[in-house]
Design a protein. Sequence first.
Length: 168
Amino acid sequence: MIRQLGTADAESFSRLRRELTRDNPIPMGLTMEEELSRPIEGFRDQLSSPAPNAVFGAFEGEELVGTAAISLYNRFPSSRHKAFLWGVFVSPRWRRRESGRNLVARALAHARDAGIIRVNLTVYVPNHAAAALYASFGFDTSGLEKEAICLDGNFYDGVQMSLGLRAP
């Protein structure tokens, strides 16, 4: 089941993010120490951002096992045509079951329904599975940020990808 998350899901959202950061901090872009420093109220705020911002969650029973989110860049009309896809994460225990694909599809449908015509994202590399997933939806590489994050003294690049949502 996939549904939009709300403030009541903040603890589950935080717990999933910690599991993912323990497994591999590169896709998260944060160290475990940084992730643990985030207060639960910050997650509640994130999950209550006004529409069309939205965080979607995949559930197995009552357990949140994956997420994907769409956020506007800012509140100005000049940028309301584009959004950022972020927080596409699936628990290592639930990968390879189409949850990530279904979450991305739901987030993109939400963006399209909201009138968004361009969705951008960043993949911290190496993350071949994520890059392949996004490419399968039609995302193209649009740039590279060298040394985008530094985790434990190691630098990782950020690959920018972009997808137009206009009808063909």
